[in-house]
Design a protein around this ligand. Structure first.
Ligand code: KDG
Length: 317
């Protein structure tokens, strides 16, 4: 049985070796990444059986994406090669704030993913289906594929885990509630940032506790609010658990931390850990991503994660 299946786009990522506007950057490091691809790698490193569904180009980047996943032990049997190119994105660092990204992904191989690529029997073989709000924004066929995967999961009793991952380069802020509210209503477990929940629910005022209740009122049985340097909160109808961050000495690049959090949280949750421990593992894996330039390279192995958890708990005693 597969523990978690996810689907979406992976791209080649070009990371500048120096900060500054891209027009002045001379050298880049090449990586491969994508929110769902990162999640699959993070989960697999933590000992889960993870599967990734997508389309990649019949090109060097597509080959690299599949090789990396296979090397990480992710199930790639449902990855198709396409005649369209693999998408590409560039990171851009500035001394003044968060990194920016520029996508070159319109018309990419992954944007061709469609409902026929989703095998309901495969989805039914998983314990959890991880969905992000990025995939339905890539094309109409990707939106239909997302719908089909979620329906197949519900029919088979597979837990649907949503990370909205709102990407404002792919959607206008005004359209966020219309697209994301139905996704939220259709999920069992939501892993999201506070700003994302406020954007979806159009609620800038209520305290966080009220926002969490508003999400639970829509249908999910568990909502986890990722708060970056402030840690995370898990909320069900019965309990509310708040956990501080895993300490980080120096953030090199935060991109990939949210996907790492998801992998860590799910690795605990699927092992039926109590919520506080799931949050700790999520925070730890998310924090591990921030020390490197690639999205997923910093994620720990299961053994390293357990040792780090232990050390952190000793330090807090
Ligand atoms: O979460 C990391 C992703 O944002 C990054 O890898 C690129 O998948 C990506 C996206 O669509 O933004």
């Amino acid at each position: 049985m597969v523990d978690v299946i996810t689907f979406g786009e992976a791209m080649a990522v070009f990371v500048p070796t120096a900060p500054g506007p891209l027009r002045h950057v001379r050298q880049f490091e090449k990586h491969v990444a994508g929110a769902e691809f990162n999640l699959a790698i993070g989960a697999s490193r933590l000992g889960l059986e993870a599967g990734w569904i997508s389309r990649v180009g019949r090109d060097e980047f597509g080959e690299e994406i599949v090789r990396v996943l296979r090397g990480e032990g992710v199930d790639t049997r449902h990855v198709l090669f396409s005649n369209r190119p693999t998408g590409v994105y560039f990171k851009e660092y500035s001394a003044l704030g968060e990194p920016r990204v520029s996508y070159y992904r319109a018309g990419s191989a992954a944007s061709e993913l469609g409902p026929d690529d989703i095998d309901p029997g495969y989805i039914a073989s998983a314990k959890a289906l991880h969905v992000t709000g990025i995939t339905p924004l890539l094309s109409e066929s990707c939106r239909q594929a997302t719908r089909k995967a979620m329906d197949a999961a519900h029919q088979a009793g597979v837990t649907v885990v949503l990370d909205p991952n709102i990407r404002y380069k792919l959607i206008a802020p005004d359209n966020v509630p219309a697209v994301f509210r139905p996704l939220l209503e259709d999920s069992d477990l939501v892993l999201a940032g506070e700003g994302e929940l406020r954007a979806i629910l159009q609620d800038e005022i209520s305290p966080l506790e009220r926002l969490e209740e508003a999400v639970l009122d829509l249908g999910p049985r568990l909502v986890v609010v990722k708060r970056g340097a402030e840690g995370a909160v898990a909320r069900t109808a019965e309990e509310r658990v708040e956990e501080g961050p895993y300490p980080v000495e120096r953030v090199v690049d935060p991109i990939g931390a949210g996907d790492g959090f998801d992998a860590g949280f799910l690795a605990g949750w699927l092992r039926k850990w109590e919520l506080r421990q799931c949050l700790r593992l999520g925070n730890l894996v998310g924090a591990s991503a921030t020390g490197v330039h690639g999205d997923h390279e910093g994620y720990p192995s299961w053994e390293d994660a357990l040792a780090m958890l232990e050390r952190h708990q000793d330090a807090c005693r």
